[in-house]
Write a new protein. Structure first.
Length: 243
């Protein structure tokens, strides 16, 4: 994966797992291969089901006694999914026809997750289902320019923030359209780039350095904060890896 590529989503298939409480700037969709997945939010409310969606920036933990497919969509790249999830306001069950489509897609692919392109196809196909379910609110064009610049994990958020608009005005637009500080968003982009490098086979130190982290310790702390696992735990849990 090139570091200048704008990532739509992270798709993974894992063995049974239990994560710690974590939060990331992605819309998360969890689909167990069999059985149910349990999602617990920051207030210790527990939700169990066969397809669960969690809005961006919501602290939660995940556990599943069977294999689990996880789809994490960047809300600025896949705003239709983020709009759908944010309208629900909290971790929620997906039910009805949409849930059946998710379950059918995962079940039909369960024996081939390790094949190149399978998880990518699941993530792309699932994204297309949300096109008519929610109308996304697009960010201000000035915010969009900053988002595009920050798709490079090596970008300096301070320098990027000086793009023809006053800092207070940009902060106000950014808070309205993105919902978290620019520096935090820049860290998210750096992390998702490092995760992509790591999940296609690079060691954690190489992934951290190539994505612009100061050292492995910083990448490891960010990984636990955003995914609920250290890089080593993540590698052990994954049944197959694809970004």
């Amino acid at each position: 994966m090139g570091l200048d590529r704008r990532v739509d989503f992270l798709a993974s298939a894992s063995a049974p797992l239990v994560s710690s409480m974590h939060s990331h700037h992605a819309t998360a969709i969890y689909i167990p291969v069999d059985g149910i997945v349990t999602v617990i939010d920051f207030e210790r409310n527990s939700l169990q089901g066969t397809v669960v969606i969690v809005p961006p920036d919501r602290p939660h933990s995940v556990s599943c006694s069977e294999g689990l497919v996880s789809l994490l969509y960047d809300p600025e790249v896949a705003p239709e999914i983020a709009s759908y999830a944010r309208a629900l306001d909290c971790a929620s069950l997906i039910s009805g026809r949409l849930a059946r489509r998710f379950r059918g897609l995962v079940h039909s692919s369960r024996s081939s997750f390790s094949e190149a392109g399978i998880l990518d196809g699941i993530g792309s196909e699932a994204r297309s289902w949300f096109a008519d379910l929610a109308k996304p609110r697009l960010p201000d064009t000035r915010v969009s320019r900053v988002l595009e610049a920050l798709s490079d994990p090596g970008a300096d958020p301070v320098e990027v923030g000086r793009m023809g608009i006053s800092a207070p005005h940009l902060r106000a637009l950014w808070a309205r359209d993105v919902g978290l500080p620019i520096r935090t968003y820049a860290l998210w982009r750096r992390f998702i780039s490092a995760a992509g490098i790591f999940l296609v086979g690079a060691d954690a130190t190489t992934a951290a350095h190539e994505a612009g982290f100061a050292d492995l310790a910083h990448f490891s702390r960010t990984c636990r904060r955003m995914l609920g696992h250290s890089p080593a735990e993540l590698a052990r849990n994954l049944a197959t890896r694809y970004f």
